[in-house]
Write a protein that binds this ligand. Sequence first.
Ligand code: SF4
Length: 295
Amino acid sequence: MLPAMDYVGNIYRPPSEAHSLLLQVTVGCSHNACTYCQMYKGERFKTKAWEVVEADIEEARRMGPRFDRVFLCDGDSLVLSQRKLEQILLRVRERLPWVTRVGTYGDTRSVLRKSVEQLTRLRELGLGIVYHGVESGDAETLRRVDKGGTVEECVETAERLRAAGITHSVMVLLGIAGAERSDEHASATAALLTRMQPGFAGALTTTVVPGTPLAEQQARGEFRLPDKLGLLRELRTIVAESELRATRFSANHASNYLPIRASLPRDKQAVLALLDEVLESGDESRLKPEHLRAL
Ligand code: SF4
C-alpha cells in the first residue's frame, strides 16, 4: 500500500493482486449484507470524489512504472456507473500507460447492471479481470447467507463477462452451508462451476468471524462448520463433480487446510488422488497446522 494515496477504512484485495496498485474508487460494499462477512461493517458505502481518485492516479504516475497492474477497491467497484468507470479507466490509460490490466471485485448485481456492449467497452479501456465471490451453487445456501444473487444470475454473469472478453475469477466457500447442508452445497457448487466455466476458480474456507450474523447463528447452535476432513470432502466433491474445460483451480488461500493449485481438467485425477489419500488416511496431521492458517 502506498502511504501517499488516499485510503479510507480497511483495504482488501484478492491474493493474486498482491503486487498491484490499489486504487480505491469506492468505500465499502453497496450490499454489505452477507452473513459471514465483516470486511466493511460499520462503513457506509460511498463513491469517492473524482478529485481524490484523480489525485491518486497522479501520485501513482509520480512513482513511474512500478506497478503494471491496478486493482480497483473496495468491495464492488463495478457497481459504479458506466460513465464513472470509463472515466477512471481512461485516466489510468492516459496517465499510467504502462498498466497492462485493471481488476476489480464484481458480482451478479454489478455485472448484470451492464450490457455486453458496456462491459466490452470497459474491457477495451483496460478492465481485464473481475473477481466474483459466488460462494455456493446451492440456492438455499445463497438465500441463508443473504448473498443477494441467485444461481441463474451467476450463470448469466459468467456468460456476460465471457461475451465481453473479461476474465472471470470465481471464489467458492468451503463450509459455508454448515455441516447440515455440506453435501448439497458441494454438489450444487460443482454443478454451478460447470455451467459458469470460469477462467479461474478458487476454493476458500469459511471463517466464522466474531460479530457477524453467522457467528451469532453459530452461538445459537444454528450453524456448525464441517470439521477439517468434512471441508476436504467438500473440496473433493467440487473437483470430482465439476466438468471444467479450461480452469485454473486453486485451493491455496491461507485459510485452506490443504493447498492445491491445478489446471483442470488436466490435473483432475492427480488432485483427486491427493485428496483421497488424505481422506482415506483420516490423518489430520497431513493438513496445515492451525497456527499456520493466516486467517
Ligand atoms: S458482497 Fe462481498 S464485500 Fe459485500 S457483504 Fe457480501 S462478501 Fe462482503
